[in-house]
Design a protein around this ligand. Structure first.
Ligand SMILES: CNC(=O)c1c(C)[nH]c(/C=C2\C(=O)Nc3ccc(Cl)cc32)c1C
Length: 288
């Protein structure tokens, strides 16, 4: 039957961002703890609304152990809110984990870096090359879904420290995609790929660049490119000069990070190629 608002008991707020607030909720039927994204659609343009619908439809049929599970969408017409019910990730977001390690000057163990990378490569592989049945042709075709907003704030950890990639471009559809530096100072521009900054086409290799930035930041506890102004940051990203991740990390890990941070998207590996890296195969298997 139709899902109603009152089927969930609202608990504390657990996150916020450009897309709206995320609240911890308890499903009354079985006491299950879930996360509910609360989006006020009064503030949305009609274009954003249709983008939200298409992003939710993408999420709905993306079932993967490393992608945050979408359960339900509830429309509260009375308060003009859309609620998106998703799985609860007890470990919170990766940005907070990195921030905690940086504040305490405690490096993130290399095995954890490999595990997070392996699971994010697996999630991106499902998005980029996962096969889905095409209604018309009744043929399996690749999804070719691009995340577009991969950053530590959008990577979550569940109770078993499994990694979950956050929602797809919802934040993009809900906020002005152009970067006004002040608003995106919280992190997005650090992960913009060179091709995106030169307004050329975004494709799956741009997600690979962002993944490289996330893995780099787990090792160095700082993003690969830092600047005080957008133009300086853009110049650094396009120039693509990156210092090696700290020496405590293996050359094998350094090579993978360097490959993902190649300025020329054609020189970056695909998820398929990354899944042939022995350490990533090992860690992707382990979570199963
Ligand atoms: C301080 N907040 C947290 O520790 C935290 C916790 C315990 N969970 C979350 C976030 C999510 C969560 O628990 N489930 C989610 C589903 C989709 C998205 Cl985009 C985010 C979440 C956060 C940000």
């Amino acid at each position: 039957q139709d899902v109603q608002m009152e089927d969930y008991e609202a608990l504390e707020s657990i996150g916020s961002g450009s897309f709206g607030m995320i609240r911890k909720v308890r499903r009354k039927a079985d006491g299950q703890i879930l996360a509910r994204k609360e989006i006020d659609f009064r503030k949305m343009t009609s274009k954003e609304k249709e983008q939200l619908v298409s992003e939710v439809n993408i999420l709905k049929d993306l079932k993967h152990p490393n992608i945050v599970e979408f359960l339900e969408r509830v429309i509260d017409r009375e308060h003009s809110f859309i609620y998106i019910i998703m799985e609860y990730c007890e470990g919170g977001d990766l940005a907070t984990v990195i921030k905690r390690h940086r504040e305490r000057s405690v490096p993130i163990p290399e095995d954890f870096v490999w595990r997070v990378m392996a699971q994010l490569v697996s999630a991106l592989d499902e998005c980029h090359c996962g096969l889905v049945l095409d209604e018309e042709t009744q043929k399996m075709i690749p999804r070719h879904i691009l995340h577009r907003d991969l950053k530590p704030d959008n990577v979550f950890l569940d109770a078993k420290k499994n990694v979950k990639l956050g929602d797809f471009g919802l934040s993009r559809s809900l906020t002005d995609p152009k970067l006004n530096f002040a608003k995106t100072y919280v992190g997005t521009p650090y992960y913009m790929s060179p091709e995106l900054l030169s307004e050329s086409l975004y494709d799956s290799k741009s997600d690979i660049w962002s993944l490289g930035c996330v893995v780099y930041e787990m090792c160095a506890l700082l993003p690969p490119f830092l600047a005080d102004t957008q133009s300086e940051l853009t110049a650094k990203i396009k120039y693509g000069m990156v210092s090696r991740i700290p020496n405590r990390y293996s050359e094998e890990l350094n090579q993978v990070v360097k490959a993902m941070l190649q300025v020329d998207p054609r020189r970056r590996p695909t998820t398929t190629e990354l899944l042939t890296v022995p350490k990533l195969q090992l860690f992707a298997k382990q979570q199963e």
